[in-house]
Design a protein around this ligand. Structure first.
Ligand code: 3UK
Length: 545
């Protein structure tokens, strides 16, 4: 390791032992970074130094910032951290905000000052916030004043949090306005100093803190960004994922800033808002989840989104039906890609010219992937097994026993069941723990979902195993119908026949339950475990909201 710039050595001290870390590979020339590197300098200061300070960087409904204006804000906040909040290099700083310009400014100020960002979703409650505070030993927080209520409650639960500054009601802004705060000398961080602890959105158990280095923030830009997305300085990014989710920070901040492009940040990015904003700001690249593409499709009538040239989908499998409907409606080929908080961003995906609808794609240049069995042996083509990957980024949990579940023999095991075809394309099957085993058959819930979604009556659905004395499990579908369709026995029969006609009949849902909504994480993912709990509960137990 390279000599750290951190005085507070907590992050490095709590990295997993080398033997439990994945093997990192840097086999592209652009991934050979110098020993000393600060991600803020690379993504922001250098753009201004190159004379591009007047170019638009962040656009929001309430304010727009050029690269130079963002840099000014970043420098001022970094000065506040160091001079007013008792910040020492290596300190973790909690950030709480919806997607807006101050969220980005505080993020980059922490990077520039040599701190460690811990960004939290706006929806988190005091208990969850205080968990992060305690786990990452956080003493300083910067928070949007509109989120003060839960923040104050969290503070009572986590007394380690000594300093807290709010923006939006003047507190932080007053400190930022002090004379001499317009310049700040970046901390000379090591390329492998931790700069981000991203908590997983925890479908089961306590959230895990994934640690990433300064160089990792660049590596995702120089792999996926450079080789698959290929954005230019004239692109305008837009999307819905929260910036506290690495899908959002990568897609809406790092990728645009790596190429000097602009990004539209929306605090509210429900399908209607997203669609209106694409039109209003002439966005060219959109990052969102499969369900959002599906929801937007239903609202395209009378809208003009012809400015869009690239659409990226991640977070969940993109059903082929959604891909096809989007292509039909817009002429655009959605770029599916799988990423994870552990890997920081997308590691399997395809460029537009070689994608296969329904497949996630091929390993992103800089990454390698394979399908392995329970013992870690590589499986032949077209055989479902566990997805294993490695590349310049990888899993490093903050003091967590579960490191050994994600990393096996140097490979990151994502917990997904995939198969790789003869041409090297990777096809998603299911989360490994979402496989349904019914009368000896392995059935992937998402495959059945993809079929159901092709039926015009189905708005959304989730498919899980429900206990069954004879078969072990049966396939059970939770279905949200589109307006105007009746949730009766005839509909159930129709949907069952529809599935039988499309895929092997043993996969059809023997039980169908109609619901008005499906349980989702803050990052918009379907919580199949909640559906499984409901399916396992005694009769008449409702889906807990
Ligand atoms: C699932 C997908 C099928 C898969 C993420 C892009 O989702 C992200 O991170 P998370 O830690 O979840 C990781 C898990 O989500 N998944 C993600 N993308 C796909 N499954 N097809 C996909 N295209 O189970 C994976 O293991 O929340 C995505 C970039 C950054 C991210 N953090």
């Amino acid at each position: 390791m390279i000599a750290s710039a951190h005085l507070d050595t907590f992050a490095r001290d709590n990295l997993p032992p080398a033997s439990h870390q994945p093997e990192f590979v840097f086999d592209l020339p652009e991934l050979r970074y110098p020993d000393r590197l600060n991600a803020c300098v690379e993504l922001l200061d250098k753009t201004v130094e190159r004379g591009l300070g007047d170019r638009p960087c962040i656009i929001t409904p309430v304010e727009s910032l050029t690269y130079a204006q963002l840099l000014d804000r970043v420098n001022r906040i970094a000065n506040v951290l160091v001079n007013d909040l008792g910040f020492v290099t290596g300190n973790r700083v909690l950030l709480r905000s919806a997607n807006n310009a101050m969220m980005v400014a505080t993020y980059f100020a922490v990077l520039k000052a040599g701190g460690v960002v811990v960004a939290t979703m706006p929806l988190l409650r005091a208990k969850e916030i205080s968990y992060a505070v305690q786990k990452a030993k956080i003493s300083i927080a910067l928070c949007d004043a509109r989120l003060s209520e839960e923040m104050e409650k969290a503070r009572l639960l986590a007394p380690d949090l000594r300093k807290l500054a709010y923006w939006g009601e003047g507190g932080l802004e007053t400190l930022m306005a002090q004379p001499g705060y317009e310049n700040f000398a970046a901390c000379n961080t090591a390329a492998d100093d931790v700069c981000l602890i991203a908590f997983t959105s925890g479908t089961t158990g306590q959230p895990k803190g994934t640690m990433h280095f300064h160089r990792d923030l660049l590596a995702v830009c120089d792999t996926y960004g450079k080789h698959l997305l290929r954005a230019t300085a004239d692109d305008r990014f837009i999307g819905s994922p929260p910036l506290a989710f690495t899908f959002g920070t990568g897609g809406l901040v790092f990728f645009p800033m790596r190429v000097g492009a602009s990004t539209v940040l929306l605090e509210k990015a429900a399908p209607d808002d997203l669609l209106a904003a694409i039109e209003k700001y002439h966005a060219t690249i959109c990052f969102t989840a499969p369900t959002a593409y599906r929801a937007v499709l239903a609202k395209l009538e009378g809208r003009n989104i012809s400015s869009l040239r690239k659409c990226v989908s991640a977070g969940e499998a993109l059903p082929k039906a959604t891909w096809e409907m989007w292509f039909e409606a817009t002429g655009l080929k959605i770029l599916d890609g799988i990423g994870s908080t552990e890997m920081l961003h997308i590691f399997i995906g395809s460029p537009e010219e070689s994608l296969r609808p329904g497949a996630t794609g091929k390993p992103v240049p800089g990454y390698r992937a394979k399908i392995v069995d329970e013992n870690g042996n590589a499986l032949p083509p077209n055989t479902p097994g566990r997805l294993a990957v490695r590349g310049p980024t990888g899993c490093r949990y903050l003091a967590d026993e579960r490191q050994k579940n994600y990393v096996e023999a140097g490979w990151n095991i994502t917990g997904d069941t995939y198969l790789c075809d003869k041409d090297g394309y990777y096809w998603y099957q299911a989360r490994s723990d979402d496989m349904i085993i019914s009368a000896g058959y392995n059935i992937a819930g998402p495959e059945v979902e993809a079929v159901l979604l092709m039926h015009p009556a189905v708005a959304e659905c989730g498919v899980v195993g429900a206990p069954c004395p004879e078969r072990g499990q049966i396939v059970k579908a939770y279905v949200v119908l589109r307006a105007g369709f009746a949730d009766d026995a005839a509909m159930t029969k129709t949907l069952q026949e529809f599935v039988k006609a499309e895929v092997a009949p043993y996969k059809y849902p023997r039980a169908v339950e109609y619901v008005t909504s499906l349980p989702k994480t803050d990052t918009g993912k379907l919580q199949r475990f909640r559906l499984r709990e409901a399916a396992n509960a005694p009769i008449n137990a409702k889906l807990a909201s």
